[in-house]
Design a protein. Structure first.
Length: 295
């Protein structure tokens, strides 16, 4: 009898152990997605990549969104509008951020990869042309600005400044700001070959703040006391990059900022886009230094 009881006890323990082992395996297979967290069909994390202009806004929106939704994750990186759109075309991101509209060739490349880019305007921005605070120049016409950037003007004395050689700073070609500035200001001309390029807006601010002969262009959200914003005259009078002038269109370098998704947003991507477009999200647009879309 004693031996029989021992046998039954061992068998019972084996059965119970197998049951719990089976339950554990089932839970891992059915409840976790590729990242080991939420189900694959209901991802609790998304990835944004692209415009350095949009970067501070997207980061602020992501931080506040995750405070309100602690179980969800939104990762944001920069690199330039072109970099973000390429990542979307390659299926590597949930949202591409851009400070320019997607190009026809990018749409074609996306469709060839089975990607359907859908555009959402999230805010408006102005581009500030900046110089060192020691520079006495306070305004430029579009013709003067074009001359500085295409190389036909190389001395500050030619635009009302001191007899100093102009050091021209530009974003690199992956930047949506680079593309926008080239289209609106250079109007078909190429950037001067000796222009110093920076991979990020912060690099332009740093260069201009340290060099009294430098000039660059940045999104208004990056303006601080280390650089001076110039007023611009596109033919209708000189206008400063103030919020009133940008929203009214009086300031000549104003533009929209975008999210691009593969098809209409869904799941967590839609939740985040809706948050950015909400009253709370648009109030963050103002706090960061950009301009909200009309509600």
């Amino acid at each position: 009898m004693t031996n029989n009881l021992k046998t039954y006890t061992v068998l019972t323990l084996l059965v119970v152990g197998l049951v719990f082992l089976g339950i554990g395996c089932t839970g891992n297979e059915n409840s976790e997605g590729p990242s080991g967290g939420a189900p694959a069909a209901e991802s609790q994390s998304i990835f944004l990549k692209g415009s350095d202009t949009v970067l501070p806004l997207a980061q602020a929106e992501a931080e506040e969104f995750m405070i309100e939704n602690s179980d969800k994750s939104v990762t944001v990186t920069g690199g330039g509008s072109g970099v973000g759109l390429t990542a979307l075309i390659d299926g590597e991101v949930d949202i591409a951020t851009a400070s320019r509209e997607i190009k026809t060739e990018e749409i074609e490349a996306a469709k060839a990869n089975g990607i359907n880019p859908v555009e959402t305007t999230i805010a408006y921005d102005g581009i500030s042309v900046v110089v060192n605070p020691e520079n006495p120049v306070t305004e430029l016409t579009f013709d003067q600005l074009r001359g500085i950037y295409n190389g036909s003007i190389s001395n500050w004395e030619d635009v009302g400044g001191e007899d100093r050689q102009i050091v021209v700073i530009s974003r690199d070609s992956s930047s949506g700001t680079y593309e926008y500035f080239k289209e609106e200001v250079l109007q078909g001309d190429e950037y001067r070959p000796d222009a110093l390029t920076q991979p990020a807006t912060g690099g332009i601010v740093g260069e201009v703040s340290q060099n009294p002969n430098a000039i660059g262009y940045i999104g208004v959200a990056y303006l601080d006391g280390s650089v001076k914003a110039l007023s611009l005259d596109a033919g209708d009078g000189s206008e400063a990059p103030s919020s009133e002038n940008i929203l009214s269109g009086a300031y000549p370098l104003s533009r929209a900022l975008y999210f691009y998704t593969d098809g209409e947003p869904s799941g967590l991507t839609k939740e985040f886009v809706d948050y950015v477009l909400s009253e709370t999200g648009q109030s963050l647009v103002t706090e960061v230094g950009y301009f909200p879309i009309e509600q």
